[in-house]
Each structure stands twice: as C-alpha cells, then as structure tokens.
Design a protein around this ligand. Structure first.
Ligand SMILES: Nc1ncnc2c1ncn2[C@@H]1O[C@H](COP(=O)(O)OP(=O)(O)O)[C@@H](O)[C@H]1O
Ligand SMILES: [Mg+2]
Length: 190
C-alpha cells in the first residue's frame, strides 16, 4: 500500500488500484456521481459506509511534471499541443453534463497524461459557466513556479488567443476573465 500525495483525502495505491477514502460525505457522493456518468468503467467498487471509491489506476504523468519538463527543455510547441488536448478533454467532460457543470479545480496535479489526457479528482465539480474552466486552466498555468516566466507567458498568449476564437469571446473580455481568475488564485494563496 503506497500513500499518494493528496490535498484533501486519503489516497492509496494497492495492487494497481487506487483507494480514495473521502473525509466527508458530500465530496464522496459528488465524485461518485460524476464518475458514474463521465467514466463509469473507472469505478471498481464503492463503499458508502467507508466513503471509499476503489478505481482503476491511471499510469500517467501529472500535467505539472510535464509543464516543468517542457519548460526546462523549452518545448513550447509540445506543451501547447498537450494543453489543446486538455481543452478537448474538458470539452468532452462538459458535454457529458450538457455543458452545465464545471470541472472547476484546475490544479495541474488533477490532470494526468499518458498519450492521452485523463481528468481525475471530481469532488469540486459544480454548476457554472463552463468557459471559466478554460480560462482558469490558463490562470493556473502562469501561477506555477517560476510564476509568469517567459515560457508560461508565451503559452498563455497562444492559449488565450485560441480560446477567444473557440469560445467566441473577444480578446478583451477573455483578458478580463483571466485577470479575475488570477485574483482568485492570489486570494486562495493568502
Ligand atoms: N485514478 C488514478 N490513477 C492514478 N493516480 C491517481 C488516481 N486518482 C488519484 N491519483 C493520484 O493521487 C493524487 C490524489 O488524488 P486526488 O483524487 O487528486 O485527491 P485529492 O482530492 O485529495 O487531491 C492525485 O494527484 C494523483 O497523483
Ligand atoms: Mg487532487
């Protein structure tokens, strides 16, 4: 049994399966409900009494590790390609819920990559404007260390310009939304 690094809950890897023990019933119910629609095959077993979900182990690298590696080797185009794949995954996620639910927690540790993108950690999923997920993603990106580096600001520029086209929002509106996401991240870090 290996304890994995988790923010809120107790997450273990055992026999190639993930054991996620939730600390409160709302988070447990929330994640279970989302997984049942988004990726039911990922669920191996749920135990309501223990607030435990046993799920398949995804062998992948976190997007945070990929960001650090791409930044170190100045692989900007490779990184942008992966971000666009993340956007496709978010789009598939949103469509599953008729564009009514946001993934919301855009922590790059909640995105795994192994030739394809896997979203994990669904307990903060909530109703909202799905366009904010994409903007929150870019805001999270620039706030990882070293914050607002040249590499990150170049990626940010490309992604916001891409989003202004695909989300049908003009660039100044996108920039406003982006600024507000940055302020929220600052506030959370106080
Ligand atoms: N299905 C999975 N496959 C592989 N690793 C996982 C899986 N679920 C969680 N993890 C790992 O465990 C960590 C914590 O799990 P997560 O669901 O994000 O919990 P928390 O809500 O506490 O952040 C993740 O960052 C990831 O490294
Ligand atoms: Mg997490």
């Amino acid at each position: 049994m290996i304890r994995l690094d988790s923010k809120r809950h107790h997450v273990y890897l055992k026999d190639n399966k993930i054991y996620k023990y939730f600390q409160d019933i709302a988070s447990y119910e929330g994640e279970k409900k989302v997984l049942e629609s988004y990726d039911p095959l990922r669920i191996i077993k749920c135990d309501n009494d223990k607030m435990l979900i046993i799920m398949t182990y995804i062998k992948g690298t976190s997007l945070l590790d990929i960001l650090e590696s791409c930044e170190k080797h100045d692989e900007i185009n490779e990184f942008i390609e992966i971000c666009l794949e993340v956007f496709e995954s978010l789009n598939r996620f949103h469509k599953t819920f008729n564009n009514k639910l946001r993934f919301y927690d855009m922590n790059f540790k909640n995105i795994l990559y192994d030739d394809q993108v896997y979203l994990i950690d669904f307990e903060t999923v909530r109703p909202g404007d799905i366009r904010q997920d994409y903007i929150a993603f870019v805001a999270m990106l620039v706030m990882y260390n070293p914050i607002k580096s040249d590499f990150k600001m170049k990626v940010k520029k490309e992604l916001l310009s891409y989003l202004s086209k695909t989300l049908d929002l003009n660039l100044s509106h996108i920039n406003e939304l982006f600024k507000s996401e940055l302020e929220q991240i600052h506030a959370r870090r106080q």
